[in-house]
Design a protein around this ligand. Structure first.
Ligand SMILES: [Zn+2]
Length: 254
């Protein structure tokens, strides 16, 4: 069985303000704890019923919200899973985000800690950054985590999926081997010593049925991939207008 990587952000118990970024773009990614537990529990049961290894489903979490330590890790561990937690290091210790101690503790409990840039630039801002600025984003984030943990981290996830040949070269030089993207695919692309790994995003409106169809249906996964390719093409053709059109569509669909 191929490894299927799910991409979550924050999980909240009572209020979406509990953890992580509170921007308009971040809100749709906040999943309530009951729903999250139902995803983990059903995936656990799915793996047990089919005798497949639970490591074939990978739970990843972006941004560095405090819920990684207070909610998510506890639920994952209850069903025998470990998470991969990606942290934007500028926000460590600020309201709604993990502290250094919590990051260390997650690592000691067997979860993987990875970098998610330093400041978490928006896609359009990252696209305008100089090589020096991009290098600073990644080097700072990786150095801070290496210092907190006392070992070299080897995984990153790309904020808003923004990447470039320069970023990939820099990450390789900075000792990274696994780069997690926002592209919905199970295909792992090899680029010299880097493995570039796709993920399927789970948002607040993603139902348990949809999560399970990602897990068990190659046709559904292919559908996500095709939709993503069409959106990427639209992004290239429309440039900056894409975000405005996407935002308008998002509001209308709500
Ligand atoms: Zn992010």
């Amino acid at each position: 069985m191929k490894q299927i990587v799910l991409m979550y952000h924050d999980v909240f118990i009572r209020d979406i303000n509990e953890s992580g970024f509170q921007t308009v773009g971040a809100i749709p990614y906040k999943v309530c704890a009951n729903n999250f537990e139902s995803h983990v529990k059903t995936i656990y049961k799915y793996c047990k019923d089919r005798g497949c290894d639970t490591s074939s489903i990978v739970f990843t979490f972006d941004d560095g919200g405090v819920s990684f330590a207070t909610v998510i890790s506890n639920i994952l561990e209850k069903y025998g899973f470990k998470g991969i937690f990606f942290i934007s290091t500028k926000y460590i210790g600020t309201t709604g985000f993990l502290t250094e101690c919590q990051i260390k503790e997650l690592s000691i409990r067997g979860h993987v800690i990875g970098a998610h840039s330093h400041t978490h630039p928006a896609f359009c801002d990252a696209a305008k950054m100089s090589f020096e600025e991009l290098r600073y984003e990644w080097q700072t984030s990786i150095d801070i985590l290496n210092n907190i943990l006392g070992y070299q981290i080897n995984s990153v996830s790309l904020p808003n999926g923004y990447s470039s040949e320069f970023i990939l070269d820099s990450l390789e030089e900075l000792g990274i081997s696994n780069v997690y993207t926002s592209t919905p695919t199970t295909h792992i692309m090899k680029r010299r010593s880097l493995s570039i790994i796709g993920r399927y995003d789970v948002k607040s409106k993603t139902t348990l049925g949809q999560v399970m169809s990602i897990v068990n249906s190659p046709f559904v996964r292919m559908g996500y991939q095709i939709k993503n390719e069409i959106l990427s093409m639209a992004k290239k053709i429309l440039g900056n207008s894409y975000s405005i059109i996407k935002r308008n569509l998002l509001y209308k669909s709500n």
